[in-house]
Design a protein around this ligand. Structure first.
Ligand SMILES: [Zn+2]
Length: 388
């Protein structure tokens, strides 16, 4: 019979330091996997990462549980029966306790209000994602967030118990799944009752704050992104600092930053279209058109397709038969626009493309593309021949 590791964190989530006896120490690659008779280290599970900390001077890199045996991954070897001093990284652990308890409060409230179940839970270093089995509107989310924080103000007691099978039968709790092990029930007085293996804070007041950051439909339900405790405070500090920075840049009041950005965007849009209108008109002055038999060609620099097209339209409207406008771009290639109201420009375009390794096309009366001509002289000769 294998003796399972005694889990201190299940009964005492505030235990930061402990002494234990080494049961075994197995080497695999450059790491050691240490089994103790008891531990306060929470092993990865239920959507929460493993605790970090130290065993004597050795850093605990990972903690896993398998068949009730908990192993601590280290880079240091330990002797069997040796006594070790374990210390968990309390800041990391407490932050996770705040987060995890916050998630229970929120999930409990969603369950009570809408009878949805929590079908997925993931905890990253800060943000938590919780998947609920049904749809939630913006008003629902606002209500859930408000009630979650009300639950914090109540400073409700959070307890972990191991009810007997008969007691469990009668109990209405979330995460009811068949497991062989004895079920651990985490109860938040008057708010939630849920099967859970993780350590929690003792009262909801310690969660500090619950903030829903985002929510969106996910499969047939809703995914909620949330923060709790110190992580929510850090997020608030970050957002406040960036808001302050924007206030300076925009000369806006604290509550008006979004409006100021919207106004700026409208202004940028208006300036862009004004700029485009002016640059198209300017393009007409940058052309140096040569006329051949009532048609026109031009080779210029730095004009884009919009500008070339504007010029071509302008010229054909003035009665130009065929218009071939080229402009050298920054890479040394030539953009072209060919237009005509009376002649099919496709033969001209295919001649240009085949002679100068070009790409592009269009309709019978308009085409555009790009050529890689060796020199302007070569281009001029071919274009002039096409218009003769
Ligand atoms: Zn849980």
């Amino acid at each position: 019979m294998i003796n399972m590791t005694e889990r201190i964190y299940e009964h005492d989530s505030y235990c930061r330091e402990f002494t234990a006896k080494v049961i075994s120490c197995e080497k695999k690659d450059e790491f050691y996997y240490v089994e103790l008779d008891k531990t306060a280290f929470f092993p990865e599970g239920g959507g929460q990462a493993a605790d970090i900390g130290t065993l004597n001077d050795a850093e605990v890199l990972d903690v896993q549980i398998k068949n009730g045996i908990i192993t601590h991954k280290t880079k240091t070897a330990f002797e069997t029966n040796q006594e070790v001093f374990g210390k968990i990284d309390w800041e990391t652990r407490f932050t996770r306790m705040q987060s995890h308890s916050g998630e229970h409060v929120l999930s409990g409230i969603v369950h009570n209000l809408f009878d949805y179940t929590n079908v997925g839970f993931h905890m990253s270093e800060a943000l938590m994602t919780v998947d609920f089995s049904g749809p939630l509107t913006a008003e629902d989310i606002e209500k859930v967030e408000f009630l979650s924080n009300q639950a914090i103000y109540k400073n409700a007691l959070i307890t972990a118990t191991f009810p007997s099978d008969e007691e469990l039968e009668k109990l209405d709790y979330r995460s009811k799944i068949e497991i062989d092990e004895q079920v651990r029930i985490v109860t938040i007085d008057g708010i939630d009752c849920c099967a859970c293996c993780a350590p929690h804070v003792a009262r909801t007041g310690e969660i500090g704050i619950i903030k829903i950051v985002d929510f969106y439909p996910n499969k047939k339900g809703t995914r909620v992104e949330m923060l709790a405790g110190i992580n929510a405070l850090k997020d608030y500090a970050f957002l406040n600092a960036s808001n302050k920075q924007l206030m300076g840049v925009l000369s806006a009041k604290r509550e008006n930053v979004a409006d100021a950005v919207t106004k700026q965007n409208e202004l940028i849009g208006a300036l862009k279209s004004e700029n485009s209108r002016i640059s198209k008109q300017l393009a007409m002055y940058e052309l140096n058109p040569t006329e051949i038999n009532g048609s026109v060609y031009s080779i210029s620099n730095g004009l884009n397709y919009d500008e070339l097209r504007y010029c071509a339209n302008n010229l054909t409207e003035k009665g130009v038969k065929i218009c071939i406008l080229l402009s050298k771009d920054a890479e040394g290639n030539y953009l072209y626009v060919v237009s005509s109201e009376e002649t099919d420009v496709k033969p001209i375009v295919s001649e240009l493309n085949s002679t100068f390794n070009g790409k592009g096309g269009g309709k019978p009366n308009y085409a555009q593309g790009k050529l890689s001509a060796e020199s302007e002289e070569a281009l001029t000769t071919v274009v002039e021949n096409l218009l003769k």
